[in-house]
Each structure stands twice: as C-alpha cells, then as structure tokens.
Design a protein. Structure first.
Length: 281
C-alpha cells in the first residue's frame, strides 16, 4: 500500500493540475468570448478573422453579419466584403476601410472618424448620424446612400454622392475639391449631382470644380464656401446662406436662388457663367 506521504503528494499534484486546466480553460473562453445577444461575432473574433485572412492573403468576408456595437477601432478591413453588414453604432475610428465593398451596409451612428475610406463602395448604405470627422474618402462611392445628420467636418471627400441624402449633415471645413496632385486617371472631383443637402452646413467647405448639377441646397449654410468653377446648372439654393461664398466661373445656368440670404455678399458672382439664366428674387 502507498504511504500516506505518497497519497498526499499525488493529491497535491492532482489538485494543481485541475486548477491549471481550469485556468487554461478560462483563458481560452475569454479569448473566444461569445458575441453579445444579437451579434454574430465578438470584436475579438473579428480581429482574429482579419489576422487569419491577412496571413492567407484572403479577402475578409463579413457580408450580412451583425457586427453592431462592436469596438473595432484601428482594425485593418482593407478590401473586405461588408455588403449588407450591420455595423450600427460600432466604433471604426481610425480603421483601414480602403477598398471595402459595403453596399447597403448599416453604418448608422457608427464612429468612422479618422478612418480611411478611399476607393470604398458604400452605394445605398445607411450612414444616418455617422461620425466621419477627418475621414479620408478619395474616389469613394456614397451614391444613393442616406447620410442624414452625419458629421463630416474636416473630412476629405473627393467622392461620388450622386442622389445621396445629406440633409442636415455637417460638412463645415470639409475638402470636396478636385485634388490636382492626385490625378492618375484624369480629373477626380466630387459629384453631388441630384444630391439632397437640405439644411446642410457647408460653411468654409471647399467644393471647387465639383459637379453639383440639380443638387438641392435649400436652407443650407454655405457661408465662406468655395464654389469656384463648379458645375451647378439646375441647382437649388433656395433660402441658403451664401455670404462670402465664392462663385468665380461657376456655371449656374437655371440655378435657383429664391429667398437666398447674402446674395449681395457672394464673391465674384459677376464672373459666374450663365448667370443671366439663373433665377434670383
């Protein structure tokens, strides 16, 4: 029979082993923490998949997933498939979203401040109330997206906003002008054709050389904005605040300025093209 000492030693190591296994199991459980109710993945799982896909040079695919409310700040989603993904109220600040495919994704209330959205496709996406302050969006497609109430202050937005909804959006200080130093495929400039910017704040925004045909700036704030050489035929500036806005060589054929404020303080309005065909009070 084993001595009592031997029995005690065996029991001791058995106890330590059990505690070690429990500790290891707890660590593994934490690393693979399940997502919160309603979510398909946790932030840790998203980061792990991105790392694994990058190692295998594989396109990350989160299409149709529910990633709402996750803290994903600074992660590298370059060229990821985010079509129809729910990222509502998530934190993607300073994330690399270059070249993502996010058609009809839900990014409402999402923090995208400082994010890289260059070459991204967000056609028909929901960006209501999203925070895009100081984000970079060069040659990005926001066409037909809903960006009502979004915050784009200080952002670089040489993008396609055709038929997008930007009501009450804040674009003050944003750069939407053509980037003459980065023109590998010809003149890249913002397109706001038929976009709805009713009540938007574009104070001191730079829209030079932009395509604004039939855009709606009703009651928008454009004080100090640069609209030099824009194509604004058929655009609506009804009730807009235009004091200090620059319209040098802007094409305003058939544009409407009914009830606009500060028209007498527009800079170089006398140099605008086709002004005789525009409608003023």
């Amino acid at each position: 029979m084993p001595t009592p000492v031997a029995v005690q030693t065996t029991d001791l190591f058995s106890g330590i082993g059990m505690r070690l296994l429990c500790a290891l199991g707890l660590t593994a459980a934490l690393l693979s923490a399940p997502p919160a109710q309603g979510q398909d993945m946790s932030a840790e799982q998203v980061a792990a998949q991105l790392a694994a896909d990058a190692k295998e040079s594989k396109q990350p695919d989160f299409s149709g997933r529910d990633l709402s409310g996750l803290r994903l700040s600074g992660l590298d989603f370059q060229a990821a498939n985010l079509r129809g993904t729910n990222l509502k109220n998530s934190d993607l600040s300073n994330a690399n979203l270059r070249g993502i495919e996010a058609q009809k994704a839900d990014l409402s209330g999402t923090n995208l401040s400082g994010a890289n959205l260059d070459l991204a496709i967000l056609r028909g996406a929901n960006l209501v109330g999203a925070d895009l302050r100081n984000a970079s969006a060069f040659s990005t497609v926001f066409a037909e997206s809903d960006m009502t109430g979004s915050d784009l202050r200080g952002a670089r937005l040489v993008s396609n906003f055709e038929r997008a909804k930007l009501q009450n959006a804040n674009l003050s200080g944003a750069t939407l002008s053509a980037d003459m130093k980065n023109q590998p495929m010809g003149l890249m400039r913002v397109s706001l054709i038929k976009a709805d910017l009713t009540g938007a704040n574009l104070e001191n925004a730079d829209l030079a050389m932009g395509m604004l045909e039939f855009a709606d700036f009703t009651n928008a704030r454009l004080t100090g904005a640069n609209l030099m050489q824009v194509e604004a035929a058929g655009a609506r500036f009804t009730g807009a605040e235009l004091s200090g806005a620059v319209f040098r060589k802007a094409d305003i054929e058939s544009a409407r300025f009914n009830g606009a404020k500060g028209v007498d303080q527009i800079v170089d309005l006398d140099q605008a093209l086709n002004a005789k065909y525009a409608t003023f009070d």
